[in-house]
Design a protein around this ligand. Structure first.
Ligand code: ADE
Length: 251
């Protein structure tokens, strides 16, 4: 996987991505990362990249030409029109299945805006995906690009070692992950659930599945609708909800 980030703050991207698991994957050649400074493609006297919006309004806009030239340089280097993600609160909200799907690409370009955005005309010409990382507004696209690259990268074969496996985890099958425990067996008076100490693998799997479902029902009921549950499991959720209601009524 080759990441190409078009940005006014290349050092932010490079510093943010060159540590920990992603840094290791870059060093080992499973990923490559380049940060292209859009300002290097502003061929005017003061390397200016922004201007006032026509029609008035607050703030400045990034101009079309430097963004286009930065994109063109990348497209030329890789020899085709790449997939280009523009980070914007106006995009589709990013999720795990988008990460999984994007991890299949050979190259991904991330376009980071600043100020009040980017001239619409260049977006029309180069952007393939408009993506938001959530319903809140940030000062620029760099942090969202890093969030996306981190989650896409861990779906790329070789990036995670076996014990860091990306499969049995939150959002697999639209369920959150079950709770986990490590030593000691008792801490602050709280004991590790007995079944996990039993060595009985089938029972452990059963317990973990129940915990995943229960946790999803409690914390992210919106996800449950997309989860593949058996009739028995749906019944258990109904039971649990009924119990919740009884408990609430008694308070
Ligand atoms: N740029 C500013 N806010 C953003 C968000 N929430 N997601 C993606 N890009 C952004």
């Amino acid at each position: 996987m080759n990441f190409h980030v078009l940005t006014l703050f290349p050092e932010m991207i490079l510093q943010g991505m060159n540590t920990s698991i992603i840094g290791r994957a870059i060093a080992n050649g499973y990923l490559s990362l380049e940060a292209v400074n859009i300002r290097d493609y502003a061929f005017n006297k003061h390397q200016k990249v922004d201007d006032y919006p026509y029609g008035g309004g607050a703030g400045m806009l990034m101009q079309a030409e430097p963004v286009y030239l930065a994109w063109e340089a990348v497209a030329r280097r890789i020899g085709r029109r790449p997939r280009v993600v523009y980070l914007t609160p106006q995009g589709s909200v990013f999720n795990q299945s988008m990460a999984r799907e994007m991890a299949k690409e050979e190259d991904l370009v991330f376009l980071c805006g600043h100020y009040e955005g980017i001239d619409e005309r260049v977006l029309e010409e180069i952007v393939t995906d408009y993506v938001s990382i959530g319903d809140y507004v940030l000062t620029g696209g760099e942090l969202p690009a890093m969030v996306m690259m981190d989650s896409v990268a861990r779906m790329v074969p070789g990036v995670l070692s076996n014990h860091e496996s990306g499969e049995t985890e939150s959002f697999a099958g639209n369920l959150l992950e079950y709770p986990q425990y490590s030593r000691p067996e008792e801490w602050h008076g709280k004991k590790v659930p007995e079944v996990l100490l039993s060595g009985h693998h089938a029972n452990i799997e059963k317990w973990r599945r129940e915990q995943s479902i229960l946790r999803t029902a409690k914390r992210r009921p919106d996800l449950l609708k997309k989860a593949e549950l058996t009739n028995k499991e749906w019944n258990e959720i109904r039971q649990w909800k009924k119990q919740q209601k009884t408990d609430a009524d008694q308070e």
